[in-house]
Design a protein around this ligand. Structure first.
Ligand SMILES: [Zn+2]
Length: 423
């Protein structure tokens, strides 16, 4: 099977590639780059498109097994394809959670062969209950790429310390949902002037920052590797900046909604503005953008959290936390930050390709002859508006519905085949 791609702007900044050329893929491998290439069995007209190493989202909830009325492996990866991702990393808070070999093996078996590759994290603790460590060595051997109790924080400092020590021996990453449940308890939105005005219980910033400070202190003692999920506070950016300067092996990620929205948007968004951690202030958002630009924040990850329409219709007090993110992430961030000149194209691509893969020790695809073809096509000129009909996820709870987008994912090339993102 040969596919020729015509006229794309090939952009792989990690190897200094930035040129308009044709590309030939043969049996899933890049066979040639340049003019004068032969035609394949299929031609992709990529005139005016950016062609980049495959984008990865390292934080998604696919709800499979156990809550497939919200999402499953099929619909979740279709949402990823629509959003321009070739790879996703699924969090283990399914029902049952991914804390044993049977659940992990079942997911990996059912995900094999899908156009978007599913990498799976496993739980840190049995049942994600925060008490006893899961069989981490076995789970890693069977393919778990890292460990997380995401969905909740690891309350016990001792369990967190043991998990870092144990993961260090395995060379594995602990990915933490940094939240002190006693500080966040009952909080729906960020605690501040907006929560007082609209009369909803708030989550103080210390619910995140105190946990991040604790985990960094533990990491300093144990060594090993810590990844902090979905950071939201300016103090967290500063804590990570200092920890990196000190040489600790820490990485972190930020979501598109924390980069683009604030708590001022919550009254208009209602339940679509309810996520955990909550949307913070304009100063927090500015610090997150700065941290992303200077590399303190490694990766952009969506925390794609599907919930059914009836669940989100319960109103902001009673709806579950979380918004979907796979379909809108790339164009939303591209339009709001790259086109606006706030974030370089180079850092944008790095934050969706190489930097997130480094977090979990995954090899990044390269656009070079002899490399596996794992590619994201993006149309930087297309203007469109995100509507619920566009969403491929089984759930429609995006905070970006109705938003004007500039730039649109066009397709992906994986396993030797081109897959269009949309008709
Ligand atoms: Zn989380």
């Amino acid at each position: 099977m040969r596919i020729d791609v015509r006229g794309a702007q090939l952009y792989d900044p990690a190897i200094g590639l930035d040129r308009t050329a044709d590309l030939l893929v043969e049996d899933g491998v890049i066979a040639g780059i340049g003019p004068g290439l032969p035609h394949g069995d299929e031609t992709v007209d990529a005139d005016g498109l950016l062609l980049m190493p495959g984008f990865i989202d390292i934080h998604v909830h696919l709800r499979d097994p156990g809550e497939t009325h919200k999402e499953d492996l099929q619909t979740g990866t279709q949402a990823a394809l629509f959003g321009g991702f070739t790879d996703v990393c699924a969090m283990p808070n399914t029902k049952p959670p991914v804390d044993d070999a049977l659940v992990l093996g079942d997911i990996l078996r059912r995900a094999a062969g899908l156009p978007v590759k599913v990498h799976q994290l496993a739980a840190i603790t049995r049942g994600q209950e925060g008490e006893q460590l899961a069989e981490m060595a076995t789970l890693q051997e069977l393919g778990a790429i890292g460990f997380s109790d995401d969905g909740r924080g690891v309350r016990s400092s001792n369990v967190m310390r043991l998990s870092l020590q144990y993961a260090r021996g395995l060379g594995a990453v602990i990915a933490t949902h940094a939240e002190d449940p006693e500080l966040s308890r009952g909080g729906i939105v960020h605690e501040g002037p907006v929560s007082y005005r609209i009369g909803l219980p708030g989550q103080p910033r210390s619910a995140e920052t105190a946990m991040v400070a604790r985990d960094l202190e533990l990491l300093r003692e144990t060594g090993g590797r810590l990844h902090i999920c979905h950071i939201s506070c300016r103090e967290t950016v500063e804590l990570v900046r200092r920890a990196k300067a000190e040489g600790l092996q820490v990485t972190c990620e930020v979501t598109p909604h924390h980069l683009l929205l604030t708590d001022e948007d919550v009254p208009a968004l209602g339940a679509l503005g309810k996520m955990n951690p909550p949307l913070r202030t304009a100063q927090d958002r500015a610090a997150l953008r700065e941290g992303l630009s200077d590399g303190t924040i490694d990766a952009i990850a969506t925390d794609h959290a599907p919930h059914s329409p009836s669940e989100k219709a319960r109103g902001i007090m009673h709806a579950p936390f979380g918004v979907t993110g796979l379909e809108a992430a790339v164009p939303a961030v591209y339009g709001a930050l790259v086109q606006a000149g706030e974030l370089s194209l180079r850092r944008f691509v790095d934050a969706f390709t190489d930097a997130p893969r480094r977090v979990y020790g995954l090899r990044a695809p390269r656009i070079a002859a002899g490399e596996e073809a794992r590619l994201t096509f993006f149309d930087p000129c297309c203007s469109w508006q995100l509507s619920a009909d566009d969403l491929r996820s089984r759930s429609k709870n995006s905070a970006f519905l109705g938003r004007a987008m500039s730039g649109r994912p066009f397709g992906i090339l994986t396993d030797g085949r081109f897959h269009a993102s949309h008709e």
